[in-house]
Design a protein around this ligand. Structure first.
Ligand code: SF4
Length: 305
């Protein structure tokens, strides 16, 4: 696939009646009528075929400390060129990147100039990663929005990056079907997967999704690449000690060596309340989860000692 030669045909699709198309990339399995886009906004039906509108659309690019992904046990102390795209297949009410996660990629049809300006070919993105190796860069991370909704671009870039000796990292919500996950895994060195809560109710009412596919992604990826898990702790919604211990118990059943990040949320987007959890309460949850897992890390503690 190329950037600038027209829309890229999407993988993981099947035709449906009346010119519609079904996307098979994630558990949502959107049935998309001609001229419309799927829930994530990144994949659209043009003339009866699904196209990857987000191919090459880069919304943000930054050379970040790898701990910021967060990854605590993968190349610690290094930096990684971090690229964001557009779109997400969950709709978390507390989303901290909603400006790009809930936005559609600049359209190749808009004629607004954005398409040319913001699109980077895989060669260009990997070239950018190579050019900052001397500043401590070890690879390429796909983050800020959900990378799997742009799987065609992510895998094309990852193939090149790995051939050039760069590490490839995905920061993902894990809401992806097994076949596309298997397609991407050979090109991925490390993943941080959000496990947003350990109740189905939270996933349904706060994220408009389901929990089981995320657990399946974690279980499938563990052992194939380095995996860490993040739970953004929101007081009163997913912060119960029993829930966190149950989450840690389940994660330990996959592998007790998987690091778990329990991170303070901050009010954002459609959830101005509640305020963040107190540092001492968070550390209590870290202690509880540490009875099950080898590594539990408190995130967003600020200057709390
Ligand atoms: S990846 Fe996007 S278009 Fe495809 S099923 Fe998921 S939300 Fe729908």
């Amino acid at each position: 696939m190329t950037v600038g030669s027209g829309p890229a045909r999407a993988l993981f699709q099947e035709p449906a009646a009346g010119g519609a198309v079904r996307c098979l990339l994630c558990p949502r399995r959107c049935l998309i009528p001609a001229g419309s886009a799927g829930f994530c906004g990144s994949r659209a039906n043009r003339g009866g075929a699904l196209v990857a509108d987000g191919y090459g659309a880069v919304s943000a690019l930054a050379l970040d400390p790898i701990e910021k992904k967060p990854l605590a046990r993968f190349r610690p102390g290094s930096r990684i060129l971090s690229a964001g795209g557009f779109g997400c297949n969950l709709a978390c009410r507390f989303c901290q990147n909603h400006r790009i996660a809930r936005a559609r990629p600049p359209s190749v049809d808009d004629g607004d100039g954005l398409a040319e300006f913001s699109r980077m070919s895989p060669d260009a993105l990997v070239g950018a990663a190579l050019s900052c190796r001397d500043r401590g860069n070890v690879g390429l991370a796909f983050t800020y929005n959900e990378p799997f909704v742009n799987i065609e671009y992510v895998v094309d870039c990852a193939r090149l990056a790995k051939a050039a000796g760069l590490a490839v990292v995905l920061v993902t919500n894990g809401y992806v079907n097994p076949e596309p996950l298997e397609y991407a895994l050979p090109f991925v060195d490390a993943m941080n997967v959000d496990l947003k809560a350990f109740t189905d109710g939270f996933y349904e009412s706060v994220c408009s999704g389901t929990r089981l596919p995320v657990m399946e992604t974690i279980a499938r990826a563990a052992g194939r690449c380095h995996v860490e898990v993040t739970t953004l702790v929101i007081p009163g919604l997913n912060s119960g000690r029993e829930e966190i211990v149950a989450l840690a118990d389940w994660l330990a059943s996959v592998s007790p060596a998987i690091p778990l990040h329990l991170t303070r949320h901050h009010p954002d987007y459609l959830m101005p309340e509640p305020p963040p959890i107190g540092p001492r309460e968070l550390l209590g949850l870290v202690e509880a989860a540490s009875t099950r897992l080898e590594t539990v890390i408190a995130g967003n503690l600020g200057n709390f000692p």
